[in-house]
Design a protein around this ligand. Structure first.
Ligand code: KG4
Ligand code: ZN
Length: 388
């Protein structure tokens, strides 16, 4: 089954042709990063206008790269949530219109579920000629598995028992991991999106230490930052860490030198830390980035390992933009390898928003005979369809 996937939930316009939910014929993404960078984050109105002008050429390019025409496609799939309403509306309308015009089945895709299914995509592999079992093919992730979903707006630990069977084990109580990366990058004066910028800055800190023959781990512990363990739960909280970073930066810049008693001891502690760093010269942004990244990775990795042990899964998969983070991948490998729990994650290009994952997620619904009618509307606040 050849599916045309369309992604437009935020600031990336994507189109892809994927066979049997796994084999990529083409995957085209038009990123708006350069446009939003100057604002330090995504401006929704600008994002939807850009989607309008880029999506059709992106679809044409995806068809051309796959050497396909609309006549070769078996179904059309587009994201219908979660995301920015205006951006979602563009892709969903284009998808439904194409399905109507070409008399093809249509499926609206949950963007978060699609991030999970990015783990089913294979690079540089061709579809087997024999029609195999759609449900499972060698090389697929194996159920039951644990999925850490970490994107710009979501941080969730999810037990996936089978296709479409999701149980929520924990979620963030405030900021998502990606949101924390983006906000802290802004505080540190680094580029949007924050994740890759912070990873890069942290790598620079480690590189500098290596050259001085010092252990790289000292970059990660240069600043002692708070971790919200929320013991007894698999929930996360990153807002305290973000606030600590803000006060550290304020203390360092001398913006707020006096203690702020109403904000408590913790606040003044990080301001003092920043002021001390400033007294020893300008605090090194790359060391701040490395310490911050370590604090996030620490909590994500330890909680994921504990959940994997409690629920006795054989495999952990990562999903969402933060899954691209090299430090998170390496640390999880370290946590899970001794327990003989397999860790897998999509290639970096399929961790961040793309349309191949939309076509993949759609395939598993379409194979069960599911379709959406053309009056499907966008759902900006959609979550994974959890069972209790
Ligand atoms: O999944 P995604 O592309 O979009 C959403 O659905 O939200 O995730 C975007 C998020 C951003 O917050 C971005 O900073 C983060 O993923 N991200 C990373 C990395 N690459 C992207 N975070 C940490 N390390 C990375 N290498
Ligand atoms: Zn996403």
């Amino acid at each position: 089954m050849l599916v045309l996937g369309i992604e437009s939930s935020c600031d990336e316009a994507g189109a892809a042709l994927v066979r049997d939910g796994r084999y990529i014929l083409s995957n085209v993404v038009a990123s708006q990063i350069a446009i939003h960078n100057r604002y330090g984050g995504v401006v929704p109105e600008v994002a939807s206008r850009q989607q309008l002008s880029t999506l059709l050429p992106v679809i044409e390019t995806a068809l051309a790269e796959a050497n396909c025409s609309l006549a070769d496609i078996d179904a059309v799939a587009a994201t219908y949530g979660p995301g920015l309403a205006g951006s979602l509306l563009v892709g969903l309308t284009v998808g439904k219109t194409l399905a109507l015009a070409c008399d093809l089945p249509f499926l609206g895709v949950n963007h978060l579920e699609a991030h999970v299914y990015a783990n089913w995509l294979r690079k540089d592999e061709v579809a087997p000629t024999e029609a195999a079992d759609w449900n499972y093919q060698p090389g697929d992730p194996q159920f039951p598995l644990l999925c850490l979903v970490v994107s710009g707006a979501h941080s969730e630990l999810v037990l996936v028992r089978d296709h479409g069977h999701y149980e929520l084990l924990g979620r963030t109580r405030d900021d998502a991991a990606g949101e924390a990366f983006d906000k802290v990058a802004r505080i540190l004066g680094l580029d949007y999106p924050g994740g890759p910028s912070i990873q890069h800055a942290a790598e620079q800190a480690e590189q500098a230490l290596l050259q001085q023959h010092k252990p790289v781990s000292s970059a990660r512990s240069a600043y002692r930052l708070p971790r919200a363990w929320l013991r007894g739960t698999y929930d996360f909280s990153f807002s305290g860490l973000k606030t600590a970073m803000l006060h550290l930066a304020e203390g360092a810049s001398g913006e707020r030198t006096s203690d702020a008693p109403h904000e408590g001891k913790q606040v003044s502690q990080y301001m003092r830390m920043g002021a001390q760093a400033a007294a020893h010269g300008v605090p090194d942004v790359s060391l701040l980035a490395a310490s911050f990244q370590e604090a996030i990775v620490d909590v994500l990795a330890v909680k994921t390992r504990m959940a994997a042990q409690e629920y006795q899964v054989q495999q952990v998969i990562l999903a969402g933009g933060v899954a691209a983070n090299a430090s998170l991948r390496a640390r999880l490998e370290q946590e899970l390898l001794p327990l003989h729990i397999r860790l897998s994650y999509p290639p970096v290009a399929f961790c961040t928003d793309n349309a191949a994952m939309i076509a993949s997620g759609a395939f598993f619904h379409l194979s069960r005979g599911e379709r959406h009618s053309l009056d499907l509307d966008v759902q900006p606040g959609l979550s994974l369809p959890f069972r209790t």
